[in-house]
Design a protein around this ligand. Structure first.
Ligand SMILES: [Zn+2]
Ligand SMILES: [Zn+2]
Length: 472
């Protein structure tokens, strides 16, 4: 009896140790647990949004990507007494504003979105591109124009409601920071816009900021993640580790949960990383000293969801594509990016191509999920790393020098923009997952790079891939 009890407590202690170890490991590599929302339906859009194609927009000649999430939402009016009442009138207004703004050399309509009296929204530059509507706030904001003159008249309730819905939607998409500041155009520049009546109205809304625009504010802003809905995107469920324990011994759960909660409290008590290292003026135009093609350039599909990546990251995980095979020109590499995206979205059911970037044999870096979106490329490692896919099969041969040079330049750009820690570690995919990726030849090559890191490099890394496999 005594012996049995002892053995039983030993088993419990052993199980306890294993579980804490697992939880610690997963926390170590995941940062915080992700909600499993793979089966969660996207909330129906509560307002009508007409796309650029719907209103007959001309092509934009000014597509500079907005660095998201932005800390500001700027509200405008058009100051033209007659607001549009029907879809046809609003679409005509959109076309004439675009012509006018293009005539000013702006390349496109200035606003990100406009809203008509009917409560419908009209896509201007949309969620992805920097607008021209509020001077130095352009690259830090989404600009929403309520079509009409709102100095004296009150905008219709449907129009105001849509403005609020649009902002909410922007937060859900990760484009607008949950701690955004809402302002009228006149708080950024000397203008009557958006009209006294409309300004009075928005001053009662959530997140209204009564002061002047302060371009240094961004430096104090913290990125917030907890209130943004995470997409599955290859994410892992931390709770799995606890579920495993419960399966084996229900008493274990009682032991693990308090520890688990304490750890979680600790995790959330740690402030999220700041953007202090990022200069806002730098994101006016992102230029790289190596060839770079944005998503539009390889005709990427729109992601179904996105989740922010906590930056700067500590790891860069290098992959090869295996298939598609190596590509050597723009058309071939763009095709390779599209085929990887199709595979990840259609066959794997992910919300986008898994990698943050692809690099082709043409020496061009192709934007995948980009710098600040959570990738799906390395189990348990997605939340702490950027994943770069070196397109091709590098089992027996090395990528062209130009391709590797661009990989290095891309990492340098990530450091200088504050997305990668200067003392980052490089690992090959095979070090964190049971896979041959990134190919034997390429793996031998990256072992010679200065930031290459053995993984696990120290007991702090707490990694035992056998345990991980048990958990997953
Ligand atoms: Zn304005
Ligand atoms: Zn890989």
């Amino acid at each position: 009896m005594y012996t049995n009890q002892t053995r039983r407590s030993c088993e419990i202690v052993e199980m306890f140790g294993k579980c804490v170890y697992l939880v610690l490991f997963l926390l170590n590599v995941s940062g915080f647990p992700q909600k499993n929302v793979a089966h969660e339906e996207t909330e129906p859009q509560s307002y009508k949004l007409y796309s650029r194609a719907d209103w007959g927009a001309k092509l934009s000649t000014d597509e500079r990507p907005l660095k998201t999430p932005v800390p500001y939402v700027i509200i405008h009016h058009t100051a033209i007494p007659l607001a549009c009442n029907t879809t046809e009138e609003c679409m005509a207004d959109m076309r004439s504003m675009q012509s006018y703004h293009q005539g000013l050399g702006w390349g496109d309509i200035g606003y990100n979105f406009c809203i008509g009296n009917d409560g419908s929204a009209y896509e201007g530059r949309g969620w992805r591109w920097i607008g021209i509507h509020a001077g130095k706030a352009n690259s830090l904001s989404v600009g929403i124009c309520l079509i009409g003159d709102w100095r004296v008249d009150e905008p219709p309730a449907a129009m105001l409601q849509t403005a609020k819905e649009l902002i909410r939607d922007g937060i859900m998409r990760g484009v607008i920071s949950p701690s955004y500041r809402l302002m009228g155009h006149g708080q950024v520049m000397s203008t009557e816009c958006p009209g006294t009546r409309l300004l009075n109205e928005i001053s009662t809304w959530n997140n209204y900021w009564p002061g002047q625009f302060d371009s240094s504010h961004h430096a104090h802003l913290v990125k917030e993640y907890s209130s943004i809905r995470l997409c599955e995107c290859g994410g892992e469920l931390l709770i799995l580790a606890v579920a495993k324990c419960r399966h084996n011994n229900s008493a274990m759960l009682m032991l693990v949960l308090p520890v688990f909660s304490a750890i979680m409290l600790g995790v959330f008590a740690v402030p999220p990383p700041t953007l202090a290292s990022i200069d806002p003026e730098e994101n006016e135009v992102i230029t790289y000293d190596f060839p770079f093609v944005s998503r539009a350039g390889w005709q990427a599909r729109t992601p179904t969801k996105r989740a922010p990546l906590s930056v700067p990251v500590e790891y860069v995980v290098l992959h090869h594509s295996y298939t598609p095979a190596a590509c050597s020109d723009r058309a071939g590499c763009a095709r390779a990016m599209r085929s990887m995206q199709d595979f990840h979205m259609d066959d794997r059911g992910w919300c986008d191509v898994g990698y943050n970037f692809g690099v082709g044999g043409d020496g061009v870096a192709y934007e995948g999920r980009g710098w600040d979106t959570l990738g799906a490329h390395a189990l348990h490692f997605n939340t702490v790393s950027l994943g770069i896919c070196i397109i091709g099969d590098w089992t027996d041969s090395l990528p062209p020098a130009e391709q590797l040079k661009t990989v290095k330049a891309l990492i340098e750009a990530g450091i200088s923009q504050g997305y990668i820690k200067p003392d980052y570690k490089i690992v090959g995919h095979r070090q964190v997952r049971d896979t041959k990726c990134p190919g034997q030849a390429l793996f031998e090559e990256i072992k010679t790079w200065p930031h290459y890191s053995k993984y696990p490099a120290s007991p702090d890394d707490l990694v035992d891939m056998k345990l991980v496999k048990v958990a997953s």
